[in-house]
Write a protein that binds this ligand. Structure first.
Ligand SMILES: [Fe+2]
Length: 320
């Protein structure tokens, strides 16, 4: 049963329904739970005067999502957190929320000097989006259709995180030997080491000098160091970060490893990283179309494992 309540009488924990004419914001649903005083203030700001409230829940204490940790709630606003976990929300809207949350968590982490606390917070935030990606059917086609091109490092990290996770899920199937939840964190954070590179080099338009390139190529080592120092993630995550720029033919960095010497998780990340870079506009070159990028990569496949990974990438892209 619902009753009409003026906005100034609302309390945190109430489940409210906003009249249809106010349903404008892309991430706001007409029915949601008030998780903080901020939610009430937002409605006042929008000029909403009266809402319908579900009577049985009036005043009931409620968390945004039962399993969300305080660290995750720090990283992701409550209204977005609700959308991530609300099965009643359309998949395109949930996919948009996944992308928005991922970018928010990434930006928050990379704009700080990552330490134990901020990495822990980012990890919990990414668990929320990874769970959503892994649990919700039909989400991937919407996820892959959303491409952001602003703030390249964040968008690129999120694009690579999402696509690598989908490729890994397809490649490993239902095998219980691979913890996709943990792997996903490594995929999202593969470029974490860029936080230790001079921002002038990261944002430079045009080609890097040899010296700048040498510095830029240290980011896998810096990322590995950060994860070692903060000790929040698994060894496999550390290897993804360390080896995501190794190349199958031994011409990558930092160690020049060959195909099978590179951890398979890092090989997935490297493949997707390459695909995303080729299909993104960069200051020094235009983006390729997906089929052009895939053709280029196909011409350089190294061994059976990489061919299989490539086939899975093509299938994930083709399914969506
Ligand atoms: Fe990188």
């Amino acid at each position: 049963m619902q009753q009409s309540v003026p906005v100034h009488e609302l309390k945190v924990g109430m489940q409210v329904t906003i009249p249809g004419s106010w349903f404008r914001h892309p991430f706001l649903r007409s029915r949601f739970t008030l998780n903080s005083a901020r939610d009430i203030e937002k409605m006042k700001h929008w000029g909403v005067e009266t809402v319908s409230v579900d009577s049985p829940r009036i005043g009931a204490p409620l968390a945004a999502h039962d399993s969300a940790t305080p660290a995750a709630e720090e990283a992701i606003p409550s209204d977005l957190m609700e959308i991530l976990h609300d099965q009643g929300v359309a998949p395109d809207c949930r996919a948009a929320a996944v992308k928005a949350c991922s970018k928010m968590v990434m930006q928050r982490l990379m704009e700080s000097a990552p330490d134990q606390e901020t990495i822990q917070e980012a990890k919990e935030g990414f668990y929320e989006v990874i769970d959503c990606i892994l649990e919700v059917d039909h989400l991937s086609r919407y996820l892959l259709s959303i491409r952001d091109y602003d703030a390249y490092t964040y968008s690129h990290s999120v694009n690579v995180g999402v696509l690598s996770l989908l490729v890994a899920r397809r490649y490993f199937g239902r095998s219980s030997s691979h913890n996709l939840r943990e792997l996903g964190i490594g995929f999202f954070l593969h470029d974490l080491g860029k936080t230790r590179i001079n921002p002038g080099v990261i944002m430079k338009e045009g080609r890097l000098t040899d010296e700048e390139m040498t510095e830029m190529r240290r980011h896998p080592l810096y990322g590995f160091d950060i994860l070692k120092e903060t000790n929040q993630l698994t060894t496999e995550c550390k290897l993804i970060v360390l080896e995501h720029h190794e190349r199958e033919d031994g011409r990558g960095y930092p160690y020049g490893l060959y195909g099978g010497e590179i951890h398979v998780y890092a090989r997935i990340c490297a493949l997707v990283d390459m695909y995303d870079a080729l299909t993104s506009d960069r200051p020094y070159r235009g983006k390729m179309l997906p089929f052009q990028a895939l053709n280029l990569i196909r011409g350089k496949l190294y061994d059976r494992t990489q061919r299989e990974l490539f086939e899975n990438l093509v299938m994930v892209l083709g399914e969506n």
